[in-house]
Design a protein around this ligand. Structure first.
Ligand code: PEP
Ligand code: MN
Length: 240
């Protein structure tokens, strides 16, 4: 991983070809954007919520990678889907699967970077134990992600544990990134949380960006529009 502060950005979910293409073309203009995010398999609380475009989204990703020459980070939720992730550059393990040990062991074998998100009810010790599962399967290309935890307060969707970032930076050698979008749950707090992440020493962020957040099929409240994303990058430049 590079030394400069990096950004993974894109919509919560891939919703159609145009939405992810327009997002990719906009985001790739920013040199700090090292990968485009976009969910194909969405772990949703309610079975009635949009579950992702699944295989169809993976086909769109494969085509876009060739057309736009960008790296993609996508969340995997099931071992059976592994063949579909052959061309994905960074495999995301979501908060809800941080302790899905069979999934961790199986994706580790792909020998690709694994973005391991902290479960919202998990300790740092448990996060590091999950990282050890990936390492024990022969893969040390691990990126840890603090994305907010459940606490007694709910003024934001989750409580971003910035102390965890400071702790991890002192105790492990893996890159540590922050997801300000899922922590905040509201686009108006994303920029301040992202700035705090950089200030405390995170290596980067993963942030949700959508061409029309109000129409998003998942996480509409927390996605930045393109102008807000440009503002975020400008604000990050002010943090040294
Ligand atoms: C996501 O990044 O799309 C996501 C579902 O995040 P988390 O696993 O942190 O809830
Ligand atoms: Mn989301």
């Amino acid at each position: 991983m590079c030394n400069e502060f990096f950004v993974f950005a894109g919509p919560c979910s891939i919703e159609n070809e145009n939405q992810i293409k327009v997002s990719t073309q906009f985001l790739k203009q920013f040199p700090e954007v090292k990968a485009i995010r976009g969910g194909a398999y969405k772990p949703r609380t309610y079975p009635t919520s949009f579950q992702g475009m699944k295989e169809e989204a993976m086909k769109i990703v494969n085509n876009l990678k060739i057309a736009e020459n960008v790296a993609f980070v996508c969340e995997i939720t099931n071992i059976l889907d592994i063949p579909l992730f052959e061309n994905v550059d960074i495999i995301q393990i979501g908060a809800r699967n941080m302790q899905n040990f069979e999934l961790l062991k199986a994706v580790a074998k792909l020998n690709k970077p694994i973005l391991l998100k902290r479960g919202f009810g998990n300790t740092i010790e448990e996060l590091l134990a999950s990282a050890k599962y990936i390492e024990a399967s022969g893969n040390s290309k691990i990126i840890l992600c603090e994305r907010g935890i459940r606490t007694f307060d709910n003024y934001m969707r989750f409580t971003l544990d910035l102390g965890a970032v400071a702790f991890l930076k002192q105790h492990v050698n893996y890159p540590v990134i922050v997801d300000p979008s899922h922590a905040a749950g509201d686009s108006k707090y994303v920029i301040p949380l992202a700035k705090a992440a950089k200030a405390i020493g995170a290596d980067g962020i993963i942030v949700e960006v959508h061409p029309h957040p109000q129409d998003a099929l998942s996480d509409a409240n927390q996605q930045l529009n393109f102008q807000e994303f440009a503002n975020l990058i400008e604000e990050l430049h002010k943090i040294k």
